[in-house]
Ligand binder design. Sequence first.
Ligand code: COA
Length: 326
Amino acid sequence: MTSVLKGLGVAVPSRVVTNDDLAATLDTSDEWVRTRTGIAERRIAEPGVATADLAVEAGAEALKRAEVDVGAVVVATCTADRTIPGIGPEVASRLGLGTIPALDVNAACAGFVYALSVASGLIASGVADGVLVAGAETMSRVTDFSDRSTAVLFGDGAGAVVLARGEPGEPGEVGPYDLGSDGEGADLLEVPGGGSRRPLDAAALAEGAQYLKMDGREVYRQAVRRMVASSEAVLAKAGLAAADVDRLVGHQANARILEAVADRLGIGEERRFLNVARYGNTSAASIPLALADADLVAGERVLLTAFGAGMSWGSTLLRWPDLPVT
Ligand code: COA
């Protein structure tokens, strides 16, 4: 028994914000952002559009394509609509899935890989034969657009897949998984306010504690190191080498990070995929958004790897099925 990918859907806000748009109000430039990050533009949700709205749109598309009986929903997000409750139950209800088990997974930018593993576990434990897994974020809601060190990096969007019970070797097979975390780096990338340690009182709001703060250099260093080690670990678990990987679809945080990861793994340019230029870092949504854009061919072995706040990281392997994508 294993879990197999059956359907994929994506949703991005229609509003495009270019580097030049940001440079109109921020001391930055298109040239700086492109050179340091590979990002050219990102999508930003209109006021009133929340993370669950994007997850529902992507999820509906994935469900339509999968034609699988879905018995659970897992949403990877670190920008849920509210602190309480998570958006999994709302996404399930709005998709007409009834009163099935539904929950959020918050592993920030590594959330989608973590959520896939949770879904595989729900299938293996007999809770559900099919699981909708969404990665959805409105990073713009935790972004301080007057802080040039973070404002240029993030974007909004969602992607969703359906995992279903399957047989080993079946097209779409997902796994094994390598997951890890290091809480000693929790302060390196955080939204300090709004939780139980720093409720959003007037002083916290005045300091901007509701916005994302990041030690970019250290996060960069750890991201490369952890994604390389995790990719190697998952390949070893599967008894494979980097040479057996047809495509590397990593978390799209920064083109330079992914280039460094691919270089260290010995995965050449023709086997890498990047779409960070179009969307920026959409956190848990970035891997499904990349899967939708990567022009994958049925049968290709795809290595997924991600790293984010926590610090958290994870990798898995996927045999690309014959799947219609937009
Ligand atoms: N435009 C122009 N200048 C900027 C800028 C911007 N948007 N952001 C920062 N700078 C400036 C800094 O103020 C600094 O100026 P100084 O030397 O006068 O102090 C200079 O550029 C260099 O800053 P630094 O932070 O050292 O740049 P960097 O080469 O490390 O690149 C990041 C910054 C954020 C692009 C890079 O650290 C990074 O990508 N980190 C990982 C971020 C990430 O992906 N996080 C999510 C992981 S899931």
